[in-house]
Design a binder for this molecule. Structure first.
Ligand code: GDP
Ligand code: IMO
Ligand code: MG
Length: 428
C-alpha cells in the first residue's frame, strides 16, 4: 500500500499532470487537494492532448476513484464544462468522480472582486489567473464561504447567499464603483449547478480513508507549486492555498501518518507565470528559445511563461518544507542542444552570499544568482525510455542534481506522452 503525494517543487507547471497520470495507472484512486481552475494539468495520450483544471489528472484511466477534496475551490459552471468535455471525448466521468461537501464554491462576485483588486494594484498586481481563487479562499478563512454541501440545502444556500450579497454588493459599489449581483439570478444559476452535480457530492474524507484502510494505492495531486504556496512561497506573489505537501492532509482530511511518500516534480529548468521574483530568469533570446521549444505558454491562460535556469537554492528550500522522499525531473529533452547549462548554487545580495532561500521579498527581489556551469549535450533525448541511452552529459546533469539536493531521482521524463520517461525507481 502506498499513499503518494505529488507536489510541484517550483512555481507550477512542472509537469505534475503527466506524472499523476502515469502513477495513477498503478493506483486505485487519485485525489486533488487544493487550488481550483487556476491549474492547468496537461496529459498527452498517443497524440491526444487533455488539459485538466479541477478534475484529478488520473481520471483518464478507467475505473479509478477520483476525488476533488475539501481543500479545492470549485467553480461549478467550470467543473460541469470540464465533465461534459471529458465525456464528449469518451472519458468515463460518472460514479467514479466524488466532490467534497466541504470544498468551497467560487461565486461570480469572487471573480469580480479579484478583477477590481488587480486593476487597482496597477504595476504591483499579482498577475493572477483571474478565476476568483484568492477571494474564494478569503471567504473560506473569513468563515463566510458557501460550500459545495450547501448546494444540497436550497434554503440554507439562499440565506447565506443573501447575507453575502448584501455586503459584497455594497463593497463593489463603494470601493470600486462596480455593479453588484442579483440574489434571485445567482440563486437560480447555482441551483441549476446543484442539479447537475448532486450525484457527485459526497463525504470524500470517508471515501479516501476507507480506501487507505483497505490498503489501496492512492495518488494525492497538488496544483501550483511550493514557491506559490501561501505560507512558503514568494509572498505576496503566490496563490491562496497550501500547494506544498502539508496541504494534502488538510485538503483531503488524510492524517500525516497515512502518507507514505512525497514526490516533488522538478522541471529541468525553471518557469514562472505571473509577477514576482525569479532570480534565475533568463531575460535574453535564450529564454525565448527555451519558451518556444518547451511550449512554455500557460495551460490555463495562454500567457507566456518566464523561463530560467535550475535554481538549487529554491529547490533545497522546497525539499525542506515538503520533506520530499523522491523527485521526478521533467522536460530534460528541452535542454537538448545547449552548449552549456547553468545551475544556480547560491544568491548574492548587497555583497552577501545567500545559501538559504531568503524569506524577505525585498531581499529576494535584489538577489543575483551565482552559477555553476556544466556541459550540455548535442544528442536528442526526446522520448528516451532507457537511462543507458541518455548522453553522458545529460546523465551527469541528473546525477549532479541528485547529489546537490541529496534526494533520490525516481523518474526522468523525456517527452509529453505517457510512455516517454525513464523509470529509475518505481514509486509504488
Ligand atoms: P502541470 O501544471 O505541472 O501539470 O504542468 P503543465 O501541464 O501546465 O505544463 C507542463 C507542460 O510540459 C505540458 O505541456 C506537458 O505536456 C509538457 N511536458 C511534461 N513533461 C514533459 C517532458 O518530459 N518533456 C516535454 N517536452 N514536455 C513535457
Ligand atoms: P498548475 O497547477 C503556474 C500563478 C498565477 C499567479 C499566482 C496567483 O498548472 O501548476 P491565482 O489565480 O492562483 O490567484 O494566481 O499563481 N498560478 C500558477 N502558475 N501554474 C499554476 O498551476 C498556477 N496557478 C496559479 O500565474 O502568478
Ligand atoms: Mg500547469
Amino acid at each position: 500500500m502506498a499513499v503518494i503525494v505529488i507536489v510541484g517543487a517550483q512555481w507550477g507547471d512542472e509537469g505534475k499532470g503527466k506524472i499523476v497520470d502515469v502513477l495513477t495507472e498503478k493506483a486505485d484512486g487519485v485525489a486533488r487537494y487544493q487550488g481550483g481552475h487556476n491549474a492547468g494539468h496537461t496529459v498527452v495520450i498517443k497524440n491526444e492532448k487533455f488539459v485538466l483544471h479541477i478534475i484529478p489528472s488520473g481520471i483518464l484511466h478507467k475505473g479509478k476513484t477520483c476525488i476533488i477534496g475539501n481543500g479545492v475551490v470549485v467553480d461549478p459552471a467550470f467543473l460541469i464544462e470540464e465533465i461534459d468535455e471529458l465525456k464528449k471525448r469518451g472519458i468515463e466521468v460518472g460514479e467514479n468522480l466524488f466532490l467534497s461537501k466541504n470544498a468551497h464554491l467560487i461565486m461570480p462576485y469572487h471573480t469580480a472582486i479579484e478583477r477590481e483588486q488587480e486593476r487597482l494594484k496597477g504595476s504591483k498586481k499579482i498577475g493572477t489567473t483571474g478565476r476568483g481563487i484568492g477571494p474564494a479562499y478569503v471567504d473560506k478563512i473569513a468563515r463566510t464561504g458557501l460550500r459545495v454541501g450547501d448546494l444540497l440545502y436550497p434554503e440554507v444556500f439562499r440565506e447565506k447567499l443573501k447575507i453575502n450579497l448584501s455586503s459584497v454588493n455594497n463593497l463593489l459599489k463603494a470601493l470600486y464603483n462596480a455593479g453588484g449581483f442579483d440574489l434571485e439570478n445567482v440563486y437560480k444559476e447555482y441551483m441549476g449547478y446543484a442539479d447537475r452535480l448532486s450525484g457527485h457530492i459526497a463525504d470524500t474524507d470517508v471515501i479516501i480513508n476507507k480506501m487507505i484502510d483497505e490498503n489501496k494505492n492512492m495518488v494525492l495531486e497538488g496544483a501550483q507549486g511550493t514557491l506559490l504556496d501561501v505560507d512558503h512561497g514568494t509572498y505576496p506573489y503566490v496563490t491562496s492555498s497550501s500547494a506544498s505537501a502539508g496541504g494534502a492532509c488538510t485538503g483531503l482530511g488524510v492524517g500525516p501518518t497515512k502518507i507514505t511518500k512525497v514526490i516533488g516534480v522538478v522541471k529541468a529548468y525553471t518557469t514562472r507565470v505571473g509577477e514576482g521574483p525569479f532570480p534565475t530568469e533568463i531575460k535574453d533570446s535564450l529564454g525565448e528559445k527555451i519558451r518556444e521549444k518547451g511550449g512554455e505558454y500557460g495551460a490555463t491562460t495562454g500567457r507566456p511563461r518566464r523561463c530560467g535556469w535550475l535554481d538549487m537554492v529554491a529547490l533545497k528550500y522546497s525539499i525542506r518544507v515538503n520533506g520530499f522522499t523522491g523527485l521526478v525531473i521533467t522536460k530534460l529533452d528541452i535542454l537538448d542542444g545547449l552548449e552549456k547549462i547553468r545551475m544556480c548554487t547560491s544568491y548574492k545580495c548587497d555583497g552577501i552570499l545567500h545559501e538559504e532561500f531568503p524569506k524577505e521579498l525585498s531581499v529576494l527581489e535584489r538577489c543575483e544568482p551565482v552559477y555553476e556551469e556544466v556541459a550540455g549535450w548535442k544528442e536528442n533525448t526526446s522520448g528516451i525510455k532507457n537511462f543507458e541511452k541518455l548522453p553522458g552529459a545529460a546523465w551527469e546533469y541528473i546525477r549532479k542534481i541528485e547529489s546537490m539536493l541529496n534526494t533520490k531521482i525516481q523518474i526522468i521524463s523525456s517527452g509529453q506522452k505517457r510512455d516517454e520517461l525513464i523509470m529509475l525507481h518505481e514509486p509504488f
